[in-house]
Structures are given as C-alpha cells and as structure tokens.
Design a protein around this ligand. Structure first.
Ligand code: SF4
Length: 283
C-alpha cells in the first residue's frame, strides 16, 4: 500500500457506480482537487467515510492508493437518487415536467425510469409547494473550519430561507438517528452563516421508496455545540489523513463493512476474508 499523501490513483468510476452513503451533492459536483486532501477539499461525505472507518476514509480521499484495477461497485439505489435529484433541480430552475424528466433520465441512463418517476410525482405534490420560489439552488460554498476548507453544495434555500436537502431512501428514517449523525446539517448551516451572516434552519426532505412512496420532512436542529462537534470531527480526520501510517481499519461500527466499496481491497490489505468465502453451516 502506498502511504504517499499525494497518491491519486482512483481506479475506474463507471457511470452508475457509486455507493449509497455518498451524498448526491458529491455525485453531482465533486469537490475540486485543490484542498488539503489528495482529492481536494473536505466535504460532508468525505468526513463521513473517515468517521465510519478511517481506512475507508483513507481510500476514498486518496490518502491510500487504490489498485489500478479498482472499480467502484455499481449502486442502482444511488442512481435513483441522482435521477430524482436532477429532476427536482431542473424543475426548480424553471424546466417543464417533460424537460425535467429528460434531465433525470440523462443522469441515470442505466436505471429504469419506473424506479424514480413515482418519486418525482410525489416531490411535485408533497415537497415542491413547501419550497415556494427558491432563493438559491445548488449553492456551492466553501466553509472554512479551523483553517480546513469544506465544500458544501446546498440543494435548495427555499422561499423562507430554510436550507433543504433531498434524500431518497428505502427505509423510513429514524429522526434521532438522523439528528445525531447528520454532518450536512451543521456544516451547511455554518457555511451559509459564513457566507451571509444569517442563521438558517435545516431540513431533510425524504422520498421513501415504499410500494406507495411516502414523503417526510425532518428538521435537523443545529446548535453551536453541533457545529463545534463537526469541527472536532474534521480536525480529527485531518490528523489521520496527515499520518497515513497510523490509520487502521475499523470493522466494528454498527454500519460495519456491508456496503463499503473497498471491502475487497481491504480484505487483501488487512487479511479479512473475502465475503463470498465465508459461510455458516448447520452443525
Ligand atoms: S471493508 Fe470495513 S474495515 Fe475495510 S475499509 Fe471498508 S468499512 Fe473499513
């Protein structure tokens, strides 16, 4: 494994090949590679990778070099999110329903539109009216926390000045779990305040992919303490990134390794078995 902090070998990123936890903002507008990481600035999703597992963070941020043959695993669920997000973005920027559907389809060419079109219908009736005339869409800001730049791409600032982020999911979100874990909330609110001097509330608009899709809006409270927590998490992650030889894998979190795009690379590097080689047999 290279511990070269400038390592930038990232394997191939096929269309449609991303893992779930990566926020859509990163899929749609990757941070420019000019920040303190080999891949550029920090972002909520990059910080999330480090918090889930330092090894995952090291690979996703280029601190550890990935093998040249590495390919990002396909993630059809993420593509549903991309298409839905593109649709909503187009509509908020004045596109007709048909034009927005084309934008959504273009963003997820390999995805059956029936997977995401029902979500766009629900967005029109359940979420679009709450947004009103947006003050801004896809607002790209660079927050500086303790000297570290964090790229924040705010989906929408709605008519009354609330920061809103659109999510698609298969499971109904747990509000307290979301409030504890959201990195977007403190970072986006801090970024908006740095830019405008104004405090703004933050909500997550969920489109839940049930048989009958449901919409749910979750306010995520942001306090000075939660912004300070994000600042410390970021500072800890930067320290890790600055000391690649001290980074260890952490398969012990509740999230675990399931769904980690680096599971095979990690198995090769750290002696974990490849998932398909592990079976349980009745005694
Ligand atoms: S497979 Fe598990 S231990 Fe390895 S990088 Fe991913 S989350 Fe970390």
């Amino acid at each position: 494994m290279s511990t070269n902090p400038n390592a930038m070998t990232f394997g191939k990123k096929p269309q449609g090949g991303f893992r779930e936890p990566m926020p859509l903002t990163d899929l749609l507008e990757p941070a420019v590679a000019e920040g303190p990481l080999p891949v550029g600035n920090w972002s909520p999703s990059r910080l999330l990778d480090w918090l889930l597992c330092p090894a995952r963070g090291a690979w996703s941020c280029g601190v550890w070099e990935l093998p040249a043959e590495f390919e990002w695993p396909a993630n059809p669920d993420a593509q549903v999110g991309v298409a839905t997000h593109r649709y909503a973005e187009a509509r908020l920027n004045g596109a007709s329903v048909d034009e927005a559907r084309i934008a959504g389809a273009d963003a997820a060419l390999d995805t059956d539109p029936e997977e995401w079109l029902p979500l766009t219908d629900l967005w029109e009736t359940a979420i679009r009216p709450a947004i009103g005339t947006p003050q801004a869409t896809e607002q790209r800001l660079v927050l500086t926390l303790d000297g570290l730049p964090v790229t924040c791409v705010l989906d929408v600032i709605d008519e009354v000045g609330t920061i809103r982020d659109l999510k698609t999911t298969k499971r109904k979100p747990n509000p307290i779990d979301i409030a504890r874990k959201s990195l977007q909330a403190p970072l986006y609110v801090a970024a908006w305040r740095q830019e405008t001097g104004e405090a703004a509330p933050f909500v997550l608009d969920y489109l839940i992919r049930n048989k009958t899709p449901q919409a749910l809006t979750l306010p995520v409270p942001v306090t000075e303490a939660s912004i300070d927590r994000a600042r410390r998490q970021l500072s800890w992650a930067q320290e890790q990134a600055d000391n690649p030889d001290s980074i260890v894998p952490n398969p012990y979190t509740a999230y675990g390794c399931t769904g980690c795009p680096f599971v095979r690379v990690c198995a090769d590097q750290w002696g974990f078995p490849h998932p398909e080689t592990v079976t349980a047999e009745a005694p």
